[in-house]
Ligand binder design. Structure first.
Ligand code: MSP
Length: 517
């Protein structure tokens, strides 16, 4: 992609029935790193996140808590979901709530358009529904519970809770009409759904044949009213998926919509089907462009199972950031888990990687280099050209990291950046600047070694700014470099030049974590 292109990236919008856990934060952080990377590349970037507030799940939670769904959503958004973004340093450009007028109006408009164009008909739905998933279920999505409270009952495979049996008059979207066009889309644009494992699952699913989709509910009223029949509310997923276009001006601001759409959607693999099947079919029906890509990431597992609040395995993001800081949170989940695959979380693994990679690997390198420039040159940046062997690594790593980001391989980008961390640490060990400093005859060589190391550290700051925004900002200012680190062109990270003087770090970038903290 050429610099300056439009890059619109979204997270799923989160259900406000409960507070966030680290699984939600993982989706946010991955999307945020991609957004920051593209911004730093000079792309015309827009990063959207938000909350999904309609439907039975929220309604029931509110009722169970003796309040209205709107009051419940307002409280959760302010007390939990917006604060999450601060906790993990999310740089979103917008935050959409599905109860906002800009969204509700545009959903009505979209629906009316589909209705007028004959894509919607009225019928009767009879079948299963899981309120946890907010999804109509087929028999093979369910299992008979072997034991526990629901022994003998049909439960949802994801939530392990009984499903409901619905029999209602509903409006249906003629999704079946888009089966072939969807298959053509997957065939002609192979990277529309990523990674390959998710793509294969989606293609298999659609090949089995697509049914029409019930897109309204009439047995409760917490939702957007169907414009031509106010005894129905819009099915929560139909409403929610539209956030991606309503937030960027669909039906309201054509110029903004033209500029931003289509988007890249980052979602958990559990909801890839909604995004890669229902959503493009809806857009096709409305004559709009399909998304640029849908990437389904893996799950955070705890004890081998998808971490979730309903199964009491939820961990709140602040439990990690309180001790390790937000940069470490961001780094850990993105480096330890192959993006697109499941990964197990453990406190031991987090502590070990924090110590080895952030504190000893990167943090210590930065402190040592700044301390030596301060000690041997009074902080004045030595004027010498970098050793070409290191500069070559800087160039290679810059290119390879950018290429990895282009294919959503965030973990690979980090692994390749760490090759530069390791190369610089090895360079210092081998060159022994403290030995060179003992002999005036080696002064020139000392200047070159420290200039090389310092330049490498600055390149690292630029490359790591999307992942470690706090540590790299602190480092950039200690390097005496001008401007903001996150404004340095990331595709040419190695081209930066150091001038002026450095100041030693007042405290380590990644302090030691005391045992038992
Ligand atoms: N509201 C819908 C999305 C609508 S988008 C138009 C929804 N919300 S959710 O709050 O349940 O989940 C949001 C995201 O969190 C999903 O991408 C989901 O995959 C992710 N995760 C929830 N638990 C997770 C893990 N344990 N691990 C990784 N991601 C997880 O679905």
């Amino acid at each position: 992609m050429a610099a300056g292109d439009s890059f619109y990236i979204t997270t799923p919008i989160f259900y406000v029935n409960d507070v966030p856990h680290i699984g939600h934060a993982y989706t946010e952080v991955a999307s945020d790193v991609l957004a920051r990377w593209h911004r730093q590349r000079g792309d015309d970037t827009w990063f959207l996140t938000g909350t999904d507030e309609h439907g039975q799940k929220i309604l029931r939670t509110a009722v169970a808590n003796d309040t209205s769904p709107q009051a419940w959503a307002d409280a959760l958004v302010e007390s939990a979901w917006k604060p999450l973004l601060e906790t993990i340093d999310i740089s979103n450009d917008d935050f959409i709530r599905t109860t906002e007028e800009r969204h509700e109006k545009a959903v009505s408009l979209f629906l009316q358009r589909l209705y007028d164009d004959g894509h919607i008909y009225s019928g009767e739905y009879e079948g299963y529904y899981c309120v946890g998933c907010e999804e109509y279920k087929q028999l093979d999505d369910l299992v008979e519970s072997a034991d526990g409270d629901y022994a003998g009952q049909l439960v949802c495979k994801i939530h392990s809770r009984p499903v409901e049996i619905l029999k209602e008059k509903n409006y249906f979207f003629r999704m079946s009409a888009f089966e072939q066009r969807l298959l053509d889309l997957y065939e002609n644009t192979p990277d529309f759904v990523q990674p390959a494992s998710v793509r294969n699952e989606i293609v298999q699913f659609v090949k089995q044949g697509l049914a029409d989709l019930s897109i309204s509910r009439s047995s409760f009223d917490w939702g957007i009213k169907v414009p031509w029949d106010d005894s129905h509310v819009v099915y929560v997923w139909f409403d929610a998926l539209l956030n991606y276009v309503t937030a960027v001006g669909y039906g309201r601001d054509d110029e903004q919509f033209e500029r931003r759409w289509p988007a890249v959607h980052i979602v958990g693999k559990d909801i890839a089907r909604f995004h890669a099947v229902i959503w493009p079919a809806m857009l096709m029906a409305a004559g709009l462009e399909v998304p640029r890509a849908v990437f389904g990431h893996g799950w955070l597992l705890v004890g081998g199972e998808k971490m979730s609040k309903s199964k009491l395995t939820g961990i709140a993001p602040h439990e990690i950031t309180d001790t390790f800081g937000s940069d470490a949170f961001r780094y850990y989940f993105l480096s330890a888990i192959t993006f697109g695959q499941d990964g197990s979380f453990s406190w031991e693994d987090l502590s070990a990687r924090y110590q080895a990679e952030l504190a000893n690997g990167f943090g210590n390198l930065a402190s040592r280099v700044l301390a030596m420039v301060t000690k041997y040159f009074d902080g004045a940046i030595p004027e010498a050209a970098s050793d070409s062997a290191i500069l070559d690594i800087e160039k290679r790593v810059t290119d390879a990291a950018g290429a990895a980001i282009d294919v959503f391989a965030i973990d690979k980008a980090l692994a390749v950046i760490w090759e530069l961390v390791d190369a610089l640490n090895l360079y210092i060990t081998e060159q022994q600047p403290w030995v060179l400093a003992k002999d005036e005859a080696d002064r020139e060589r000392l200047a070159q070694v420290l200039a090389t190391a310092l330049h490498g550290v600055g390149t690292l700051a630029i490359l790591l700014a999307p992942v470690l925004p706090r540590a790299t900002a602190k480092l950039w200012s200690a390097l005496g470099a001008t401007g903001q680190v996150d404004a340095q062109p990331i595709d040419r990270a190695w081209e930066w030049t150091a001038t002026g003087s450095v100041t030693p770090l007042e405290s380590p970038l990644f302090p030691r974590i005391e045992q038992g903290e």
